[in-house]
Design a protein around this ligand. Sequence first.
Ligand SMILES: Nc1ncnc2c1ncn2[C@@H]1O[C@H](COP(=O)(O)OP(=O)(O)OP(=O)(O)O)[C@@H](O)[C@H]1O
Ligand SMILES: [Mg+2]
Length: 260
Amino acid sequence: MTEPLNPNNAPYCIEFHDVVAGYKDFMILNNLSFSVRAGSITLLIGPNGAGKSTVLKTLFGLLKPRQGCIRLDGRDITGTAPSALLAQGIAFVPQGRNLFGKLSVYENLELGGITLGMKTARERIPEVLELFPRVKERLHSRAASLSGGEQKQLEVGRALLLRPRVMLIDEPSIGLSPIVVQDVFKLLRKLADQGTTVLMVEQNVKSALRYADDAIALESGRLVLHKPAEAVLADPNMERLFLGGAHLGEPAQPSDTAFI
Ligand SMILES: Nc1ncnc2c1ncn2[C@@H]1O[C@H](COP(=O)(O)OP(=O)(O)OP(=O)(O)O)[C@@H](O)[C@H]1O
Ligand SMILES: [Mg+2]
């Protein structure tokens, strides 16, 4: 099954068609095709090294596909530079820490909004800070002095300053306490309900699936599953799948989840 159910015929916001991409001589994504419905949360899962971050980097123009085509709202964006994609409303929160540690929280937010012009960026900063009260309290502290969770919130806030139509977010839960993780997922759910399309990589799969609409699983850069999140949550083989054990010879339980 290559497409999740799409009962309301929602338009596709993101489409990968036979994308081949990699680093130097190593091809990581192998003829990868999938579509993401506008205004949905799609969770990208799979074992370490499966190519999840590579999908986001390729979509955000940090990696040029060798073959294939990527579409945003039906328009071909293959090979478009990140700066142009930002201007088209795609925001990317990469894996790991991505702040200017020596600059203040406020300065990090200003820089996040640099493509908007300083006046607009400054006007929008208060609305973002309302979402993250702990970050607001530390507005003039150096970003590096924030806790890990606060830093991730600041990164998400910095991306939200752009009021993105598409939010690409790679492992937001790393280093966050369970409560903050839930807060981030809830915020993403709210954004999606308001029309933002979210493509998220997350190892905290069980929890993330409760907030997601669809799940895509990758193995060695290939699509092995694309299903509604609810169906994956209900599947008895879920644990095997998420631990990367699928196809490794463990006895399978009777399952609704078809691998392709
Ligand atoms: N800059 C790079 N140069 C060469 N190889 C890379 C580079 N970045 C990633 N890779 C390789 O590409 C493969 C896929 O990496 P990727 O980061 O997309 O995996 P991932 O699914 O996000 O894994 P993880 O769950 O560990 O974050 C891995 O084998 C990785 O070593
Ligand atoms: Mg990764």
